[in-house]
Write a protein that binds this ligand. Sequence first.
Ligand SMILES: CCCCCCCCCCCC(=O)SCCNC(=O)CCNC(=O)[C@H](O)C(C)(C)COP(=O)(O)OP(=O)(O)OC[C@H]1O[C@@H](n2cnc3c(N)ncnc32)[C@H](O)[C@@H]1OP(=O)(O)O
Length: 197
Amino acid sequence: MSGRTPSLTPPDDAARPVRHPEAPAPGELLGAHYEHCFGCGHGQPHGLHLEARAGDDPDAVAITAEFTVKPEHQGAPGLAHGGVLATALDETLGSLNWLLRVIAVTGRLETDFVRPVPVGTVLHLDAEVTAVAGRKIYSTATGRIGGPDGPVAVRADALFIEVKVDHFIENGRPEEIKAAMDDPDQVRRARAFEVNP
Ligand SMILES: CCCCCCCCCCCC(=O)SCCNC(=O)CCNC(=O)[C@H](O)C(C)(C)COP(=O)(O)OP(=O)(O)OC[C@H]1O[C@@H](n2cnc3c(N)ncnc32)[C@H](O)[C@@H]1OP(=O)(O)O
């Protein structure tokens, strides 16, 4: 068990997170935010193919997700690579933005690796936004093995920072940006988030 860095503690005047009125309904499966995302995209053969759902409690900004550890995700023989597990946590935490309907990127991710996770395991993830302060979104996640109520194998606290679509347009490699901008579905998804007041 480790202590958290101060930047992961919300300020006293932070706001309680609120689900956006047009957020996916409780239990609804969220689609991939980008086909080629290593975490959730269907176009990445070795990706995590993580599947996230809006949490059941309508009063919480929460997500559940599942990730099955494949042989291509190994670090040590027969065990998931720690960086892959951190990716699963990051992706699940990033999915919370669907419920807030903001675009945000990971600024900080602090991870505890509590138990080894064998290949073939389904990692059951839960993530929740704990507070919002301006552009800063504070969140926490756990990953359990052996079932949704099994022992915690990994956990993380994170700080996401809200950004505009321009963050990606200005920083992404031009060919992928162009391909994304040429895809009407991708543009529609991005714009829907950007108009969030
Ligand atoms: C179309 C749909 C697509 C949707 C796409 C969604 C993709 C999700 C994918 C999963 C998630 C990821 O992996 S995202 C990929 C990994 N992350 C990244 O690539 C981010 C790289 N970093 C950056 O681009 C930048 O550092 C930002 C955007 C995070 C922050 O830069 P900035 O916008 O200039 O903001 P800045 O003024 O520095 O900081 C704002 C406030 O946040 C605090 N802050 C900033 N960074 C940190 C930090 N690391 N640790 C603590 N605190 C921090 C500052 O102290 C400040 O607090 P105060 O002074 O206001 O109090």
